[in-house]
Design a protein around this ligand. Structure first.
Ligand SMILES: Cc1cc2nc3c(=O)[nH]c(=O)nc-3n(C[C@H](O)[C@H](O)[C@H](O)COP(=O)(O)O)c2cc1C
Length: 391
């Protein structure tokens, strides 16, 4: 059998703390601290416990050249190599068993995209699956009588002043412009009207935030887009995947937005109940965002960016920045039409990947945003200290 090490793996010495309830009942602290090694691999969602012998072998196995398992067994204990194979850290070439085939395919998916190893690990292992922020808040409230502010203590001051007030060089504020008025009214919306959003407003915001204003044939086989937002390398690797709940003339369902055709590509129609439940799952149970008429998962097609920025230290950061620019464009385009908008990074990436059928290391959701008509009443808090939206 030919084997090689997986493409990217990092080893973390982790201290974990458990509570032993039986000990606790006997009046002791019940706290158990355990220190151990975990392997975080770019092709596995699980964190894999490993021992010192396995780590030593991992450090000596090539991730690029296939080698015979029998030959490697002359240099490393066979039991260690077999343990690494069973854990998916050592990959078998064209294996017969289903579980090994899944490891091989997942490892190939990482290799195909030209990830920087550290970024790949960070991306894979910071994704959420089935996180419920409401339930977590409830647990915190039950576990402690302290408020969040009491627990955290004071925050750093708003401004890190680096010179005395007398030495400042004063600048002039510009006379108010339409852009100022728009930015003043940009307030994250957590209260949405239950009525459907008009088709025209829906279509206009999508175009202004995500639509391509020109397509450039940059070189043979390389097209770039011109959009209203900047993007690393002009590649615009971030796609808009939509979960529509209430938009006039658009059946509830999952869609992909085509930025050149300015059109929706239907992926799956949903009944209202399933759409609402998916919306809740996407935003980790933040009910105020699940109540928006639509959600847009900002999904980075890593391979498009990493085609140019191959194995590059800054590439992952650049695609995350792209998502930030797109979301601000959603906010401004929505605000111009007197709509409210939101963005959240507290998302269940795994649920979004499954709903849209995305291979996680090739196409990854980085944030979810959305927009809609503001409710007449503010039930959930919004940050509007200048009273530009809520008098
Ligand atoms: C990257 C990012 C992540 C955010 N995540 C959340 C979130 O998980 N939940 C939420 O209610 N708001 C979230 N927000 C919205 C912020 O809370 C909001 O921008 C902030 O309170 C300031 O309010 P403003 O946007 O109205 O100025 C996020 C904003 C950004 C930029």
């Amino acid at each position: 059998m030919q084997v090689r090490r997986c493409a990217a793996v990092f080893i973390e010495p982790r201290e974990s703390i458990d509570f032993d309830l039986a000990e606790l009942a006997l009046g002791e602290t019940g706290v158990r601290e355990r220190l151990g090694w975990l392997a975080l691999a770019a092709h596995c969602d699980e964190e894999i416990p490993v021992d010192a012998a396995e780590i030593a072998a991992l450090g000596a196995l090539s991730p690029s050249h296939w080698q015979s398992l029998d030959e490697l067994s002359q240099r490393h204990p066979r039991a260690v190599l077999e343990a690494l194979l069973a854990k998916g850290l050592l990959i078998a070439q064209e294996p017969a068993e289903e579980s090994s085939r899944r490891f091989e395919q997942a490892d190939e998916a990482v290799r195909a995209v030209h990830w920087r190893g550290l970024s790949a690990i960070a991306h894979r292992h910071t994704r959420w699956r089935d996180v419920d922020s409401e339930a977590i808040e409830q647990l915190f409230a039950e576990a402690s009588s302290q408020t969040m502010l009491e627990r955290l203590g004071p925050a750093l001051p708003v401004v890190p002043e680096r010179a005395s007030a007398s030495s400042r060089l004063p600048l002039e504020k510009p006379s108010p412009s339409p852009l100022d008025a728009l930015m003043d009214r940009r307030v994250t919306c957590r209260n949405y009207d239950p009525a459907p959003l008009s088709f025209d407003a829906f279509s206009a915001v999508l175009y202004r935030a995500f639509g391509a204003r020109a397509v450039s044939d940059y070189a043979p086989g390389v097209q770039l887009l011109k959009k209203g937002v900047p993007s690393a390398g002009g590649l615009h690797a971030t796609e808009a995947y939509l979960l529509v709940q209430r938009v006039e003339g658009v059946p509830a369902g999952l869609y992909h937005y085509h930025p050149v055709a300015h059109a929706l590509e239907p992926l799956r129609e949903l009944d209202a109940e399933t759409a609402a439940s998916l919306a809740r799952r996407f935003v980790a149970a933040q009910a105020y965002y699940a109540g928006a008429p639509l959600q847009i998962a900002l999904v980075s097609r890593f391979e498009r960016n990493f085609w140019k920025y191959r194995n590059h230290a800054k590439a992952y950061r650049a695609v995350i920045l792209d998502a930030g620019h797109l979301s601000q464009a959603v906010y401004l385009a929505a605000t111009e039409l007197n709509l409210g908008a939101f963005i959240t990074a507290a998302i269940n990436e795994v649920g979004i990947e499954q709903a849209f059928g995305l291979e996680p290391m090739a196409e990854g959701p980085l944030a979810v945003c959305g927009f809609g008509v503001r409710a007449r009443q503010r039930v959930t808090v919004e940050f509007d200290p200048a009273h530009k939206v809520w008098p």
